[in-house]
Design a binder for this molecule. Structure first.
Ligand SMILES: Cc1cc2nc3c(=O)[nH]c(=O)nc-3n(C[C@H](O)[C@H](O)[C@H](O)COP(=O)(O)O)c2cc1C
Length: 195
């Protein structure tokens, strides 16, 4: 059986992260993507990438309508490796933190209760106390907060490079180590040269 990764794309800016994750999963043997794209996610996918719901859903192995609370991923008996929400709005973060359950947050709730891996890529700035507290709550429940903050040490040359780096680091968290990821190799030269 192939390994299933649930991908949530919500209405925060940065739809490109979810799209890049779906595209990456297409190229990884033995893995399937199971997508939930929220209605607000559709707005941002259109605004930022000029893609329609069906264009995004075509990138996934299986796509679920966000209102289909009877979807397989709403049950712990449906085996997955876990879930990534990329990007994750503050609304969905709050829903996950408080076990409020529309399909995207129910799928995350299931991943937490089954002690599977949950990675959220929350996108908002600046952050208010509710956002911060919700991140703490998800962390306390075993989820991983992975804000899409660029890693400049990897010397990105384009936005695609920035996005690909974060997506590869997220996949690392599921034991999928892509050869494309530029990993830190230490600084060249000696400390004396930099003083
Ligand atoms: C263009 C646009 C950009 C947005 N960016 C963000 C954002 O970066 N972070 C966030 O938390 N909400 C953002 N929102 C608001 C969410 O889309 C809104 O809270 C929505 O209800 C989230 O629903 P969902 O979590 O079900 O997708 C944005 C909305 C629009 C229209």
């Amino acid at each position: 059986m192939k390994k299933r990764l649930i991908v949530g794309i919500t209405g925060a800016t940065g739809a490109v992260y979810g799209i890049a994750l779906l595209k990456a999963l297409k190229g990884i043997p033995g893995w399937e993507s199971h997508l939930v794209l929220t209605d607000a996610g559709v707005l941002n996918v259109w605004h930022e990438l000029k893609l329609k719901r069906k264009d995004v859903e075509r990138l996934a192995t299986v796509a679920y309508h966000p209102k289909d609370i009877a979807a397989t991923i709403a049950s712990g008996s449906y085996v997955t490796e876990g879930m990534v929400i990329a990007p994750c709005s503050m609304k969905t973060l709050a829903a996950v933190a408080h076990a409020h359950a529309d399909l995207v947050s129910r799928a995350a709730d299931v991943v937490l209760k089954e002690r599977r891996r949950l990675v959220l890529m929350p996108r908002e700035t600046p952050l208010n106390l509710a956002h911060l507290r919700n991140m703490v709550a998800v962390t306390e429940m075993g989820g991983i907060i992975f804000p899409p903050v660029p890693a400049f040490y990897a010397a990105p040359k384009s936005l695609d490079d920035l996005v690909a780096h974060s997506v590869a680091r997220v996949l690392d968290l599921f034991g999928v180590h892509t050869a494309k990821l530029k990993r830190w190799q230490g600084l060249k030269g000696t400390p004396a040269e930099r003083d």
